[in-house]
Design a protein around this ligand. Structure first.
Ligand SMILES: Cc1cc2nc3c(=O)[nH]c(=O)nc-3n(C[C@H](O)[C@H](O)[C@H](O)COP(=O)(O)O)c2cc1C
Length: 195
């Protein structure tokens, strides 16, 4: 498989960047090829603009969007790595999703969240979060993210196999962080093709 990892963090020394590196190490150890989209380092512009809107009226997509779509086109699996910000995606990832996975390219209807214009792919979300897993479950945040992302978003993108892996306790002890990095490696190593 060819695996695209989409990293959203401006700091190469961050835990999220380490998670992406470990995931990629697992992917490559398993014999897959990989590509990194380091959105902050590359200066992707997450702002949805008139140029994006005009695509619906027949204009060509902006060059930066076409570039990202070409990356996705050659990938069999896409892994998102971003820190959980206010129980959601940071602005960079949100803008990348909004602009790149566009109407007419990724999907063209809203009645069936499992219908996509894209070929089947595997989609993984590796999301470091400061909170503990029981806090997230008890408050309903985990269920809300599963609903919004797994049920309501990534099927439209053709991710027939999709999984949210929240890496809880990302700001915790060294032992905790080590265990989470090992989980990121294993997730890459054991990656399965689309169903
Ligand atoms: C703006 C902001 C919002 C955050 N919101 C949440 C949140 O809603 N839930 C949570 O568990 N952690 C939250 N955090 C903590 C981050 O998820 C945590 O700092 C991150 O996973 C650590 O990884 P990093 O070193 O890659 O930044 C937030 C952090 C920031 C800076």
């Amino acid at each position: 498989m060819h695996v695209l990892t989409v990293l959203d963090h401006p700091n190469p020394a961050s835990f999220s960047a380490a998670v992406a590196r470990q995931f990629i190490a697992g992917v490559e150890s398993s014999g897959h090829s990989s590509e990194l989209a380091d959105l902050n380092a590359e200066g992707f512009d997450p702002r949805w603009s008139m140029a994006d809107i005009e695509v619906d009226k027949g204009s060509a997509a902006p060059a930066d969007v076409l570039n990202e779509q070409a990356r996705i086109a050659r990938a069999d699996a896409v892994c998102f790595v971003f820190p959980l910000f206010w129980w959601g995606m940071p602005a960079m990832t949100k803008g990348w999703v909004d602009r790149v996975w566009s109407w007419g390219w990724a999907y063209d209807q809203l009645d069936d969240p499992d219908k996509s214009l894209q070929r089947p792919r595997t989609g993984i979300l590796l999301v470091p979060a400061g909170a503990r897993s029981d806090e997230m479950e008890d408050a309903g945040y985990l269920a809300a993210l599963e609903t919004a992302w797994i049920k309501g978003t990534f099927g439209y993108f053709g991710f027939t196999r999709r999984r949210l892996e929240v890496l809880n306790g990302s700001t915790g002890s060294a032992a905790r962080r080590k265990a989470l990095l090992e989980k990121a490696y294993q997730t890459g190593f054991a990656l399965l093709p689309a169903k």
